[in-house]
Design a binder for this molecule. Structure first.
Ligand SMILES: [Mg+2]
Length: 136
């Protein structure tokens, strides 16, 4: 599966720091035989790719569609299909399935939402969880 992570407020917080458990979640997804990609609706997020030593884990870096999500994949030259997306906005998760995390704003509070996203992904792959954590 191709697992796409939003960047701003999903992987990084208000002051630009990395959210807890980014590397652990990426490593777990890859260890299970899947691939990790990052994307952003604001830019192609090479800054996230380069600034946090995650290059060994990320298979692609892309501009994220902010509307018309499926049709935009070709225009944005995204060569693989996002099977599961993790985002602090509902739109991409509604479009592709995945897991909505709260925006990473309260950076001093305990935060395990990326581990929760991984556990939901793993359960979905096993057929034991719905395609997203959105209310059905
Ligand atoms: Mg975001």
């Amino acid at each position: 599966m191709n697992v796409f992570f939003d960047c701003d407020f999903t992987l990084t917080g208000v002051h630009g720091g990395l959210r807890p458990y980014v590397r652990e979640a990426f490593e777990a997804i890859i260890a299970d035989g899947h691939k990790v990609y990052i994307w952003s609706g604001a830019r192609v997020p090479w800054d996230i790719y380069e600034d946090f030593g995650l290059e060994d884990l990320i298979s692609g870096v892309y501009f994220k569609p902010i509307e018309d999500h499926h049709a935009s994949l070709k225009f944005l030259q995204i060569p693989v299909f996002p099977d599961f997306v993790v985002d602090d906005n509902v739109g991409p998760v509604e479009a592709f399935g995945g897991y909505v995390v709260p925006p990473y704003i309260y950076v001093k509070e305990p935060d395990d939402h990326l581990l929760r996203a991984y556990r939901h992904f793993k359960a979905w792959v096993a057929g034991e969880a719905p395609a997203s954590n959105l209310p059905s």
